[in-house]
Design a protein. Structure first.
Length: 253
């Protein structure tokens, strides 16, 4: 009888220890999961304005600042369309952002066909790489700026988005790097020696940073963000959202 009690006590002790070990493991896994989630969140927000985040879809939104339309210094930003077009669109974009690619695939072509090619609208491009969550975004922006030196910004712009669509047609973020950018530059007929030297030397890093800083100063907190004659339009919007704003602006002139 005494032996049976001892065995039961021994088994009970082992059970308690085993349970404690299992519970500790669960707590450790959960804690690490929480830590990982916090790290990912911090990483996603790094480099963005306080409280900002990458656009995650939702209802179209167009807002006009209380003090009037936003004034943006266009400087030497790449221009598509006639400089004399009545309506100006300024796009702040991240080349590796899947929402920016979604705009390119779903809306950009129609916008160019209906409004830019007809001389009614001009589009200026500004770099806004969210480098903490899109590691190729900075180099992609520099690559486009290097291509701009050779008069082929928009060809490189299209190539970067088209190649990502091939890599990830499901709409997720595509993975690539400088070597792919150099190949794409070659594909569109750039002088590769000049392009590669420009890209490797980080010669356009300051231009990209200046655009990013300007975007933050005018209220950009995610990509893509557009300003249609100074009125903010956020996200990968359908063509109808642009049409409504553009037609409204054209009616004023």
């Amino acid at each position: 009888m005494e032996h049976e009690k001892t065995s039961q006590s021994y088994i009970l002790a082992i059970s308690i220890v085993a349970s404690a070990l299992i519970l500790s493991g669960v707590i450790w896994v959960a804690a690490n999961g929480v830590t990982s989630s916090i790290y990912d969140l911090k990483s996603s927000l790094k480099g963005l304005p306080s409280g900002g985040s990458a656009y995650q879809g939702g209802q179209p939104s167009a807002t006009q600042q209380p003090s009037g339309p936003v004034q943006i210094d266009l400087g030497n930003a790449p221009l598509k369309g006639s400089a004399n077009a009545k309506v100006t669109i300024v796009e702040f974009s991240d080349f590796q952002c899947p929402f920016c690619r979604s705009f390119y695939v779903g809306t950009y072509g129609q916008l160019v066909k209906d409004y830019v090619d007809s001389g009614k609208v001009k589009i200026y491009f500004k770099y806004f790489p969210l480098s903490s969550i899109h590691p190729a975004a900075e180099k992609s922006a520099e690559a486009a700026a290097c291509a701009n030196d050779q008069g082929k910004f928009w060809e490189m712009h299209d190539k970067i988005f088209n190649e990502q669509q091939k890599l990830n047609p499901d709409g997720n973020t595509a993975t690539y790097g400088p070597e792919q950018l150099k190949q794409w530059a070659k594909d569109i007929g750039l002088d590769t020696a000049k392009f590669n030297q420009c890209l490797d030397s980080n010669a356009k890093a300051q231009i990209v940073q200046d655009d990013f800083n300007q975007g933050v100063s005018v209220g950009v907190s995610g990509t893509p963000t557009f300003y249609v004659d100074g009125q903010q339009l956020v996200g990968a919007q359908p063509f109808a959202s642009f049409k409504q704003l553009i037609d409204s602006e054209l009616a004023k002139s």
